[in-house]
Design a binder for this molecule. Structure first.
Ligand SMILES: NC(=O)c1ccc[n+]([C@@H]2O[C@H](COP(=O)([O-])OP(=O)(O)OC[C@H]3O[C@@H](n4cnc5c(N)ncnc54)[C@H](OP(=O)(O)O)[C@@H]3O)[C@@H](O)[C@H]2O)c1
Length: 373
């Protein structure tokens, strides 16, 4: 029988059912600021993990993979952007109101401060492979990184995670890499507990590494005779590692070198791409001075092309310096040979689109995995 008493009892039970139990591990106290970060909900995108995070450089390649991971567990993510069209895809990655776009300009300190003021974590992914008439490498990699670190310090941000690059070195012949190293130093001097991330070339959908090698088709030339050794890393692995750094106390003040599971020469990579795409790649070796001149001439075109500094980077082997790696985050990098076809199949012509891989070799020893086809 439905009585007033029964209804009151049922609604009380419903309220009790909805009230979430709290556990000690739902509450994290920042060792730096004493700020409490309280988790609520079951951990999905409609919950809250208590973090307010600003991701500078979120409109780029790595940014979307990182935001996706942060937003799907209910973080509030501040998304600083320059062009509104470049951040629209990020808004749907989180629940309503969780992704907060804010317009910024690197030379407008107030706009940067507004984007940092309420956050407990700042990721700095700002970077550029080439200089523009408005911004040099130093402007983006050093000066902007320093300003962001200063503002983060001023607003008591708990964690600052700075993305640099593999092979960053002050005395590097590449301006990109030397300014990345300078940026690391500036950030560390202002924000000593910052975590530095040095990824190798990142690959994935819409990358600028495998896609660029595959797109060059028969026109491709080999720089350094294709002998430069690289350890390409999956962009999703880098985003995963950076996500782990959010609450990983063992990452405070550390440097991480994030590289793929294998080392390849460019020549081996071109063979791998040829194997998957059935597209022939030229093997004309172009000496560095000529390649640099060609790059400078191509840079006169109105669209972005390979820059002279990128040619310089293509001459430098990936060398691990003994910094922490994926293993220190209990992660194993994805194998390019297993996942590469996902990103390269689209370069096949219609004649070969559904053909399985031939059993090939990378270099002299390695055999392709064909089981995933
Ligand atoms: N991709 C790789 O293989 C690789 C390898 C080693 C290191 N890294 C480093 O990893 C980070 C992320 O790489 P990514 O591939 O995602 O880079 P990306 O696609 O080129 O994105 C760079 C981001 O930085 C922003 N940015 C650059 N110059 C700016 C400026 N003057 N003012 C405001 N914003 C600016 C871009 O904003 P807009 O969208 O407005 O241009 C974009 O959001 C970068 O620091 C990069 O140097 C990348």
């Amino acid at each position: 029988m439905i009585t007033g008493l029964n209804i009151a009892k049922q609604s009380r039970q419903a309220v009790v059912g909805l009230t979430q139990k709290r556990f000690a591990h739902d509450l994290v106290v920042s060792p730096k600021t004493g700020r409490t970060i309280i988790k609520t909900g079951s951990g999905g995108r409609s919950s809250s993990n208590g973090h307010v995070i600003t991701v500078f450089g979120c409109t780029g390649f790595l940014g979307r993979y990182l935001i996706n991971r942060l937003a799907r567990e209910g973080a509030h993510v501040i998304v600083p952007y320059r062009d509104e069209d470049d951040m629209r895809h990020l808004k749907v990655m989180g629940d309503l109101g969780k992704i907060v776009p804010m317009e910024i300009h690197l030379r407008n300190k107030d706009s940067l401060e507004a984007a940092i003021r309420h956050s407990d974590t700042v990721y700095n992914l700002l970077g550029r492979d080439y200089e523009t008439k408005n911004f040099s490498f130093a402007d983006v990699h050093v000066e902007a990184a320093g300003i962001l670190a200063e503002l983060a310090q001023k607003h008591d941000v708990d964690r600052f995670i700075q993305v640099s690059s593999m092979n960053a070195a002050i005395d590097s012949t590449s301006k990109f890499l030397s300014t990345k190293a300078e940026g690391e130093q500036v950030v560390r001097s202002i924000f000593p507990t910052a975590t530095i991330v040095r990824p190798s070339f990142m690959y994935g959908q819409e990358d600028r590494f495998l896609a660029r090698l595959a797109m060059s088709r028969g026109l491709s030339v080999r720089i350094n005779g294709g002998k430069t050794k690289v350890r390409p890393v999956n962009v999703s692995d880098v985003a995963g590692a950076m996500h782990k750094m959010l609450d990983g106390d063992n990452t405070i003040g550390e440097t991480f070198e994030l590289v793929g599971d294998q080392e390849y020469t460019y020549a081996q990579l071109l063979d791998f791409i040829k194997e998957i795409t059935n597209l022939d790649h030229g093997d004309l070796n172009v000496p560095k001075p000529i390649a640099s001149l060609m790059a400078k001439a191509m840079n006169l075109l109105p669209w972005q092309t390979l820059g002279a500094d990128e040619i310089e980077r293509m001459m430098i082997d990936d060398k691990l310096t003994g910094a922490k790696t994926f293993a220190d985050l209990d992660m194993e990098p994805t194998s390019l040979e297993i996942t590469g076809i996902q990103y390269l199949r689209r370069f096949r012509t219609n004649l070969y689109n559904d053909e399985p891989l031939k059993k090939g070799v990378v270099g002299k020893k390695k055999t392709f995995h064909t089981s995933y086809l």
